[in-house]
Design a protein around this ligand. Sequence first.
Ligand code: IMP
Ligand code: MG
Length: 416
Amino acid sequence: MTTRYRVEYALKAITNTKSLLLNNQGLLAVPFVLHSQPTVTYQENSEGLKTVAADTYQRYAEIMRDVENLINDHIRHHERNAPGKSKLKLLVPSVGNFFTKLDIEDAFKYQDNQRFISRRRFVAPSFNDIRLILNSAQLLGLARSSDVELVTFDGDVTLYDDGACLTPDNPVIPRILRLLEQGRKVGIVTAAGYEDAPKYYGRLQGLLDAVHDSSTLTAAQKQGIIVMGGESNFLFRFDQDSDVRLTYVPRDEWLLDDMKAWAEDDIKELLDLAESALRECATNLNLPAGVLRKDRAVGVYPVNGVRINREQLEETVLVVQNTVERSTVGSRLPFCAFNGGNDVFVDIGDKSWGVRVCQQYFGGIDPSKTLHIGDQFLSAGANDFKARLASTTAWIASPAETVDLLDELETAVGSS
Ligand code: IMP
Ligand code: MG
């Protein structure tokens, strides 16, 4: 779970990586430096300032088009089985595969209209500006070159505030109902790992009741929502006849073939190792935390409502991740160690598996027709990041941004 502050922090952390976002930010910094005129005294709505802004807008748009073309070239290299040879790969070695085109120039124009990025004289295009431009580009790419058949949502920070519940007044509810009415599928892919349906009903009650009470959704459309808990460990389907609206789906009905090879002995061994690393961190860093061991996860969480400071959380994630990665069992089993904002958890599997399970459950939906929306996209200590391997993604920083994004998606789909 990531608060807005944490995203800002994340932005600094990612500065050390050659990420696509940062690369774009760097490219836009050049015209900002060359064209912005902070020392000239303008009336803020004068003709002189408008000319400067128009010039800057033009330069930004051109750069965005160039990046878009780099990505198109990268996609073509993938299609021709030469993924490592693209220019983008040379510029940004960590860049992965793109499931759709990204309409970055148009996305820039849209976001500039919202945020007036090119009108600013003192504040250069920020990481948040670029994050939102890339989200818009992804939505346009999905709407124009593919279609959205499945939307998966993270829980905390994406649908509701950190540690909170989805209450009936949450504005995301009518948007999710709209997706279902359109025949799209919805998966809640959360790290929150419980084996029993009432716990998820407690967290998601507002949404599940709205689906239950809806008279416009058909019975089949209501079956279009599922909950995948513990990243990729517990699956629940909607159940109109259940008091808690959900029914547990046994693993043998949904495990992917690769997941069937995950041995129970390995799961125990990996969690034992993670638990001992977490306990050592708790002692070493004097964390005000307890250790919680579950069937498919182990975590440290604060006791007595105290907050664990950010550096302690990050240190704990990196220690446990490093410990498990270096073990032999860590090479046999996928796992996800992440910083939940005020706790650290290690789960068996990760959200790429969770999203793939949703895709398979709904009959084999392609990654290019799947969108995962989440708040955790840092490579270290974040869990939504892994969904990038299985689907297109959008990185939001608050539940309000998720609502805006779903409305933007509706407009993009409607106008394509
Ligand atoms: P998400 O943002 O929906 O992925 O939820 C992550 C949060 O769920 C964590 O920060 C924890 O506070 C909570 N949580 C509860 N049970 C588990 C578990 O078994 N694994 C990981 N996180 C859990
Ligand atoms: Mg989250």
